[in-house]
Design a protein around this ligand. Sequence first.
Ligand code: GAP
Length: 436
Amino acid sequence: MEDLLQKITSLCKRRGFIFPSSEIYGGFGSGYDFGPLGVEMKNNIKKAWWDEMTKKQDGIVGLDSAILMSPKIWQASGHLAAGFADELVECKKCHHRFRSDFLEKDKCSDCGGELTQPKKFNLMMKTFVGSLEDESAMTYLRAETCQGIYVNFENIVNSMRLKIPFGVAQIGKSFRNEITPKDFIYRTREFEQMEFQWFCHPKEAPKYFDYWQEERMKWYLNLGIKKDNLRFREVDKKELAHYAKKAVDIEYKFPFGWKEIEGIHNRGDWDLSNHSKHSGKELKYEGYYPYIIETSGGVDRSFLAFLIDAYQEVEGGRTKTTESKKEVEVVLRLHKKLAPVKTAVFPLLKNKPELVKKAKEVFKLLKPHFAVQYDETDSIGRRYRRQDEIGTVFCLTVDFETLEKDDLTCRDRDTMKQERVKIDNLVDILKEKLEN
Ligand code: GAP
């Protein structure tokens, strides 16, 4: 199964989804860059989340707060205290450090040396703001996006005239100095979060916790993740983050085991009361601190889960009509909303100028409406395979009939069925197919 992660990693690099960061300099701290197809798919995931959270319900607004904020925020939020830290052990011989919870033996896994007792290591990334590089100029890259929402509580309520219960959604980068980044984009030091905060009366918090927990699970299922590969896990009291009264994780069955992709948290009045105490500004609503139910998902982690879930290998190839034994073919059965390329246009033969001309016209027609590719290299079969491997939803082929009837074949990625569609109606038909 670990092999699957390697296959996905190599497909991502080969086909322009994800590249190792700073690769020509030997890489940098397990960072990753999203390539031309990766950025399309990532934007599609974020749009699907944004539409779900902000457009489906009343009383939900958005925010885009700064990454660099006053360090006082992190004092108040508890992130500078021991709670937001990993336990590390150090090898006395080679001085490599390891997360104690990831250790398999009580010896150094690099040189076999003896290990120190575990020590706490804070995960906040430090940086300096302005021209001085001393304590007074020091702040942190945010470790979660939601703090920007809490410190804007009053601004949001007043400017939008919101009444409890209401929600605030935000998508953005967060940073943690993870000691052991691993499993491709699963655990990295720079990652993107999709965070949602629901402000409600304390008495109603349990009810809304259950509601949002179910809603968030439905989102993954509606975007095509198989039911058997998702589960809830109630976080044990001992494992709870410093701000949480209760937490349930949504876990995905990765090739490296069941792992969290999103957390649903009852944060109680932890954030608003602590920011009130530290800032001197009373962040209350009608005399009480609202409770916060948070749903916090990772864009990168869900990206990986969507990819893995969609990946399928077909032994001997997808077309069963030809006799020659083919190699394994890959099809990425991504949900049509998430697929980075929606449609591809091919001329049947590249040495027929009239077909090429027509196919290029079709490509130009579609370009303003969809993420579309034009391909004339190799046989039609190979072109279909190249598109299947990146999850392209429809392939359109211009053939000799096109020149007479002004229609073309439209092949469905999943069923491989082909139908003829009039070029005049093409944009509307594709829109209809892709949006419903
Ligand atoms: N505001 C609450 C919060 O940040 P969290 O459980 O620490 O909660 C929420 O993180 C989500 O953010 C995780 O479920 C995961 O999807 C993502 N995440 C956290 N650390 C990450 C990392 N090092 N790399 C990639 N994603 C990460």
